[in-house]
Write a protein that binds this ligand. Structure first.
Ligand code: ADP
Ligand code: MG
Length: 151
């Protein structure tokens, strides 16, 4: 388990950039933390680190935004508004976690039981100033990811 202080938004973006170095196809990352904790900002940093130059929107209404970047099939989920498990198949998620795509998931708690095990879990907590990030690897792929990020 790693803990790091993120004094400002740029630090959150930089952490995302570091994590981008450790991404492999199939990686699943859960992002925990309250509204406004910086989960979307972190994903923006990851995508920039992968070379994506466009706008990174919050997928809150769409549940998922897709990016093709650096030869990865990148899925950014936000299950904040996810209500009914039936939406899962309607939204075409059945084949989504197929071991090839990269998935970053905000509010995974709301899709409990539908998601695979996360390789990496990141928790962002709001402090007086800035944020504290806690990073945890659950699988060998997750350990490789965090090792690459911390190098
Ligand atoms: P979430 O997706 O968790 O709801 P967002 O990524 O949308 O949160 O971020 C909410 C706000 O927090 C943004 O205005 C962003 O600039 C700010 N923010 C992100 N990281 C930090 C940080 N380390 N310190 C202070 N503010 C931050
Ligand atoms: Mg968000």
């Amino acid at each position: 388990m790693l803990k790091t202080i993120l004094p400002d938004e740029n630090a959150t973006l930089a952490l995302g950039g570091a994590i981008a170095r450790g991404i492999e196809p199939g990686l699943v990352v859960f992002l925990h933390g309250d509204l406004g904790a910086g989960k979307t900002t972190l994903v923006r940093g990851v995508l920039r680190g992968l070379g994506f130059e466009g706008r990174v929107k919050s997928p809150t209404y769409a549940l998922v935004e897709l990016y093709e970047v650096s030869r990865l099939d990148f899925h950014h989920f936000d299950f904040y508004r996810f209500q009914d498990p039936r939406e899962w198949n309607e939204a075409g998620f059945r084949d989504t976690f197929d071991g090839r795509r990269v998935s970053f998931v905000e509010w995974p708690e709301k899709a409990h039981g539908l998601l695979p095990t996360a390789d990496v879990e990141i928790t962002l907590a709001i402090q007086d100033v800035g944020r504290v990030a806690t990073l945890k690897a659950n699988t060998p792929m997750g350990i490789r990811c965090l090792e690459a990020a911390m190098r």
